[in-house]
Design a protein around this ligand. Structure first.
Ligand code: ADP
Length: 397
């Protein structure tokens, strides 16, 4: 007997995250894991379901020399543990869908061409996402490949939020404010619709606070504005990314300090944010327990920017009915949530400190005009659902 499954893949520069879903009904996760340090000293971590042990081991360099061999290693592991599983569809997280894709797409040749054309828009992520698709095409030549885009959720935001005030030709060339973390926002918005439909119909700000961090203003389930722009560098400070800076800083670094553009990019992406400000770590847990002024300052800046953006997004929405936290920091850090919400009664937020300390789902008091919630995000299931849907559509066609 065979079991219909979908594999979801999230290929980063040196990692391949995967999960396996049973798609006979609503997708149910069977396994999840990742290969990290691809091409260097690769390591495999996998959770193969409740009944099975957690697998964690170093790999030989040849077992994960690139995404293709890493995928082959993952598939060998999955086949050993789930011999009845048959994947007729593979779902991929793809960072950039450009101006055109507002929905998940089956990867055909023209779609692949478009994804490659968009690579310069996301040079740090897109080529790896494409490598993941190519590896899966080679491993499953008969399977449908489905691309799910981090930009798609924002594609219908209003034009004034889609533009930069640059000469018009740049808009036409695709230099736009795209917004990212769309799979996470789609999941959270869908959960809100299920558990609190009246809030979903209203004015919601979702704060996705993880190693990457952004916020999105959502009106009636549709993105209106978000803090990320042309790349996933804009907006909030992140683990190692700077968030919003005056572009004049780039001119200064290049013209006055003689840095190359690659050096500036490395500073902005890898040496800034919480790491850059603290000089200690990009990890919020480390900073919360580090009793030194630079760590406090990094956290102060993170919280300050979130509060500032919250005000801006609430203004864009014309008010606020709910603030939802997700991502590693948003879901787990009581202290950060408290520091973000305290003193925001003027915008209708009244945090219940006990509920917040309990990591409850609703963490506002009954007197709070706007609801404050924690909804653990799940980007993989959004991909699995899309993969199943497109598989069904292709079977019906
Ligand atoms: P990614 O963007 O890589 O998916 P995550 O969503 O997993 O990242 O978030 C990682 C961040 O969440 C790290 O800064 C980590 O320190 C933070 N985090 C996780 N658990 C906690 C916790 N209990 N308290 C504070 N921060 C936490």
């Amino acid at each position: 007997m065979t079991q219909p499954v979908t594999l979801t893949l999230n290929a980063g520069s040196s990692s391949l995250k995967f999960s396996l879903y049973d798609i006979s009904g609503e997708p149910v996760q069977m396994a999840v894991g990742l290969v990290e340090n691809i091409g260097r000293q690769p390591r495999l971590k996998a959770n193969l379901g409740e009944a099975l042990p957690r697998a964690e081991r170093d790999l030989a360099a040849s077992e994960a020399a690139d995404h293709k061999s890493a995928l082959a290693t993952v598939l060998a592991l999955l086949r050993e543990h789930f011999p009845a599983a048959r994947a007729s569809v593979v779902g991929h997280r793809v960072v950039h869908g450009g101006p055109r894709y507002s929905e998940p797409m089956t990867v055909t040749e023209p779609v692949m061409d478009e994804l490659k054309r968009l690579s310069p828009f996301a040079p740090i992520h897109q080529p790896h996402n494409i490598a993941g698709i190519e590896a899966a095409q080679a491993a499953f030549p008969d399977a449908l490949q489905v691309a799910c885009f981090d930009t798609a959720f924002h594609r219908h935001h209003p034009k004034e939020n889609d533009m930069f005030a640059l000469p018009r030709e740049y808009y036409d060339k695709g230099i736009r404010r795209y917004g990212f973390h769309g799979l996470s926002y789609e999941f959270v918005s869908g959960e809100l619709k299920r558990i609190a439909p009246q809030l979903h119909a209203g004015r919601v700000v979702v704060a996705h606070l993880g190693n990457g961090a952004s916020m999105c203003g959502i009106l009636g389930g549709r993105s209106v504005a978000s803090t990320m722009g042309f790349t996933a560098l804009d907006g909030l400070p992140m683990g190692t990314r700077c968030g919003q800076v005056d572009p004049g800083v780039i001119f200064y670094m290049v013209q006055q300090e003689g840095r190359t553009i690659d050096e500036v990019r490395d500073i902005f992406y890898n040496k800034s944010g919480l790491l850059g400000l603290s000089g200690i770590s990009n990890d919020m847990r480390v900073l919360e327990s580090a009793d030194v002024p630079a760590a406090h300052e990094a956290i102060n800046y993170f919280v300050f920017r979130i509060r500032r953006e919250l005000g801006g997004l609430a203004a864009a929405l014309g008010g606020l009915d709910a603030l939802v936290f997700c991502g590693g920091i948003g879901e787990n850090s009581r202290k950060i949530r408290r520091r973000i919400c305290d003193g925001l009664d003027w915008i209708g937020l009244d945090l219940d400190h006990d509920r917040n300390d309990d990591n409850a789902r609703v963490i506002s008091t009954e007197f709070s005009r706007a609801r404050i919630m924690v909804i653990p995000t799940n980007e993989e299931i959004v991909i699995a659902r899309a993969a199943k849907r497109l598989l069904q559509q292709s079977a019906a066609a």
